[in-house]
Design a protein around this ligand. Structure first.
Ligand SMILES: Nc1nc2c(ncn2[C@@H]2O[C@H](COP(=O)(O)OP(=O)(O)OP(=O)(O)O)[C@@H](O)[C@H]2O)c(=O)[nH]1
Length: 314
């Protein structure tokens, strides 16, 4: 058999190149379909922070304009605090040459603020140099909301018992680290059953909301935590320099409740809605677990009730 002529070799090479080109075009169509239909944000930026590609889902963002988005800088596109956060994460991915995972906040067209979980990673050139970054972002707003709902009391907006259990150890460790006292304060509405019976359940709910507001008003430092533990029982968990500081806070809540002046005719002698509270303390260096501290606070609350209610006991 004769060796192929140079013309035949050229035709074969052309046919091979055409097949390769067709395959590349097919691949590009697949990638484009993915970019167009993925319900997530996918974009690339150059090392100066200019957008070089953004998929169709970006239409969901406030102020997005397909004609100007690509080529614009993050600082042209987003409010300064958001742009700063986006740019910082882009830089980290490029400089550290690795994927970074961050939560980022952006506004949607309907002006609602959404939380996205974003993975940013570097894109490399032929010499393995970083030439750009890619960001892939998933909207986790509903997940975060559901997480928050699961630890929040619907009636008062305070955190619930579940969150108390989740946070206790962390607060215990923080107080120990700061060499401060950890105080657990349990508060309970006096003769609340009678209140409900006399004034009705909806008015009872209003009392519970008022208690929550008084607690919030008194415990307004960043690290203070307040909870509705269940029914008419509330809890506060906070650190202090000494027992007197804790008791002063408890009394502040009682005073705020008295200032609400909510009538409760079956609660003698005041005839007003009052609280009873029990405080327990965890001193730095003392080993006491959550259940033991809770038990101490519960016993103190029991004493407050049995010594005549409307008081703070230890
Ligand atoms: N309005 C209202 N009442 C509730 C809610 N959850 C629990 N309760 C009522 O809270 C009352 C709690 O009463 P008890 O635990 O018997 O105590 P108390 O009547 O406050 O008596 P002392 O604690 O001894 O002063 C019960 O009657 C419950 O039905 C709620 O979400 N809303």
């Amino acid at each position: 058999m004769d060796a192929p002529t140079s013309e035949q070799l050229l035709l074969e090479e052309n046919a091979r190149l055409r097949r390769e080109l067709d395959a590349l075009r097919q691949q590009a169509r697949i990638f484009q379909a993915i970019l167009d239909n993925a319900p997530i944000l996918i974009s690339t930026k150059d090392l100066e922070g200019r957008v070089t590609m953004a998929n169709r889902h970006f239409e969901i963002l406030d102020g997005y304009d397909a004609a100007t988005f690509v080529g614009a800088n993050v600082f042209d596109l987003f409010p300064p605090e958001i742009a700063e956060q986006l740019w910082r994460n882009d830089r980290r991915a490029a400089l550290e040459r690795r994927a970074v995972h961050e939560e980022e906040s952006v506004y949607h067209c309907d002006k609602t603020l959404h939380t996205y979980l974003t993975t940013k990673f570097p894109l490399y050139g032929e010499q393995n140099e970083v030439i750009a970054t890619c960001a892939v972002s998933t909207d986790i707003t509903e997940t975060r909301q559901a997480e928050n709902d699961s630890v929040t009391d619907e009636l008062t907006g305070l955190k619930n018992r579940r969150y108390f259990n989740m946070r206790f150890h962390e607060e215990q460790m923080r107080a120990l680290r700061d060499n401060r006292l950890l105080c657990l304060l349990l508060l309970d509405v006096d003769r609340f059953k009678e209140y409900n019976d006399h004034y009705g359940h909806p008015q009872g709910d209003a009392v519970l909301k008022a208690v929550a507001a008084c607690i919030r008003g008194a415990l307004n430092r960043g690290g203070d935590l307040c909870f509705r533990i269940g029914g008419d029982e509330f809890a506060c968990l906070f650190s202090a320099s000494g027992e007197e500081e804790c008791l002063a806070l408890a009394r502040q809540i009682h005073t705020a409740m008295a200032a609400c002046a909510m009538a409760h005719q079956d609660n003698p002698p005041t005839g007003m809605v009052t609280l009873s509270s029990g405080a327990a303390f965890l001193h730095p260096g003392v080993s006491l677990d959550q259940d033991a501290l809770y038990e101490l606070a519960d016993q103190a609350l029991y004493r407050a009730k049995h010594q005549g209610r409307n008081r703070v006991s230890t």
